[in-house]
Unconditional design. Structure first.
Length: 284
């Protein structure tokens, strides 16, 4: 959090004069993922996992190969892949992982996306999350189940679509839907002027060669099929992933099942006993 506070202070010190320096700081602000230390119970969870080191190519920031950390529990037939959210890490899915271990014949894989947790990278992005997912699939095979939280849910859907893979069950917990609006909210929180925000979105498109709207889940919802079930767990009062966008996403595809966990909270929903129990029922 110290680094993020420094970036915010520097942005405010620019007096919002729309220079290359300010645009670079905004990119750091949007793409720097805060890191929180492991708690004891999380460390114990990782200590009994098989630890894996993998690589992704960071095309849009450093241009280098980055190492990222993955963790595996069990060696069963049923592969389950978990992807954490922004500013998070594999161990933050502790309650879900512990619950999944109750299911027989499973192989559970979670990872720290590049720039998150213990993985390498100064900056991160949805693209790096999705590249991490694709690397794990290429290394360990097609998962029967994917579980993603927040940005991780977006990454799972985008990666599976790009790979043309259809897991038997997709589970999205409080998925982000409208990436651009999340960026806007972050910039509005610092009172960054609209014109400067517009320039940021232009520079984003130049860097990633796609507009930020390309990554909105509205464009990916048809991915769900009769043979690839999709369940969404959400909180209608979620301020990070607003219901206005969630409803549009759900209405766009009648094949998606969903459950509202009232006031579970965007971050806390992954710890919700009710949500986890429902997840276990779905997975059988």
């Amino acid at each position: 959090m110290k680094i993020l506070r420094q970036i915010i202070a520097e942005i405010r010190n620019t007096k919002y004069e729309d220079t290359h320096k300010l645009q670079d700081l905004i990119l750091q602000y949007i793409c720097y993922s805060p890191k929180m230390p492991l708690r004891t119970f999380q460390k114990n969870l990782l200590d009994r996992a098989e630890k894996i080191t993998l690589k992704v190519h960071d095309e849009y920031f450093s241009g280098q190969e980055l190492t990222f950390q993955a963790f595996k529990w069990g060696a069963g037939r049923r592969k389950i892949l978990l992807t954490h959210g922004w500013g998070s890490k594999a161990a933050d899915l502790y309650e879900i992982i512990i619950a999944l271990e109750q299911i027989d014949d499973t192989e559970i894989i979670a990872f720290d996306a590049p720039g998150n947790g213990g993985s390498e990278a100064a900056l991160s992005s949805l693209v790096l999350f999705a590249e991490g997912v694709k690397t794990i699939v290429n290394q360990y095979g097609v998962p029967e189940v994917t579980i993603g939280h927040s940005l991780g849910a977006m990454a799972n859907i985008i990666a599976m679509k790009q790979l043309q893979i259809h897991p038997r069950q997709i589970i999205s917990v409080a998925p982000l839907i409208h990436l651009g609006k999340n960026f806007e909210a972050s910039m509005n929180a610092l009172d960054i002027p609209t014109a400067t925000q517009n320039n940021f979105f232009k520079s984003f498109e130049e860097r990633f060669r796609k507009p930020v709207s390309h990554y909105n889940l509205f464009d990916w919802s048809p991915f769900t099929t009769e043979s690839s079930k999709h369940w969404v767990a959400y909180d209608a009062n979620d301020l990070i992933s607003p219901y206005l966008f969630m409803k549009t996403f759900l209405d766009s595809n009648s094949l998606i099942d969903s459950t509202n966990y009232h006031d579970a909270g965007h971050e806390r929903i992954i710890k919700s006993p009710a949500m986890i129990q429902d997840m276990l029922k779905i997975l059988g």
